[in-house]
Ligand binder design. Sequence first.
Ligand SMILES: Cc1ncc(C[n+]2csc(CCOP(=O)(O)OP(=O)(O)O)c2C)c(N)n1
Ligand SMILES: [Mg+2]
Length: 333
Amino acid sequence: MKKITKATYLKWYEDMLFWRKFEDKLAQVYIQQKVRGFLHLYNGQEAILAGSLHAMDLTKDKMITAYRNHVQPIGMGVDPRKVMAELYGKGTGTSQGLGGSMHIFSKEHRFYGGHGIVGGQIPLGAGLAFADKYFKRDAVTLTFLGDGAARQGSLHETLNMAVKWDLPVVFCVENNGYAMGTSVARTSKSTEIWKLGNGYEMPCGPVDAMNPVKVAEAMDEAITRARKGEGPTFLELKTYRYRGHSMSDAQQYRTKEEVAEYQKVDPITQVLEVIKEKKYATEKEIKEIDKRVKKLVNECEKFAEESDYPAKNVMYDTVYEQKDYPFLSHKVE
Ligand SMILES: Cc1ncc(C[n+]2csc(CCOP(=O)(O)OP(=O)(O)O)c2C)c(N)n1
Ligand SMILES: [Mg+2]
């Protein structure tokens, strides 16, 4: 694995803080009704992305996930201003404002969405890996899913085929304890989701996903295995989300104390503690990072605010059209 150095810790701190503050800003503008529709935030789960990116080869590896998907493309290299603009529904967004919160996508940066159907992205992730194997391209696909998707049929059908064909894919379950308001324990006898891999004789295991070091180590092992042609791995990343499922969640299924318990092992705080302990940065340098993060978040907001909505016709230019379809009399010319 690439060594975890002072530079790694400083990057992790700045990146994770930016992702956290970017999402905090989204929550704020959502309440002001500048961003509409559903909004699912990633606060608390950042170590998963930080650790994964460290283990990936960002010149060729791919990523696909569900709808909690705003910061992953930023980590993969997409301009955060474009992500913010997409959430505002503006024409300068990653999909010209037509996708919105659940559908961030960037082929250029190998981020394949952004999927609203629980478990819908799982077979697609294996499909991306199948294509890479078929065309003999050296790339690994990280396929993320929530604990709620672990009981979907699509996961089980995909695991079976992926392991049978030794596909270069890593299945990463982000177990944040809840699927909307339903805890893992309410839906399944076994709460150790990683054990599902055993049923397919797929290498599998649990990961302390509040710590980016642990995530990077587990991902590196899985990615190396996939790259060598030895097939998929099934990881359960044990994490927690601080905010509700979406912005309209009253969170009656959990206590404030439970949230506070996980905040004690917050990934950003953990990384900052190492930085301070190992004297990787002075107080002044840390403040400078904080300032840079705040400035970039404000730049994203300004860019989104000042961008225009897409022209009305864009809507019709980006959908499938059958010239002789008899039922669409309202087409805009
Ligand atoms: C097939 C399908 N069934 C139900 C829903 C409604 N739904 C949206 S999110 C969600 C919970 C998913 O939870 P989880 O997979 O744990 O992801 P998390 O939100 O915790 O990241 C459900 C049931 C859906 N989008 N798709
Ligand atoms: Mg969940």
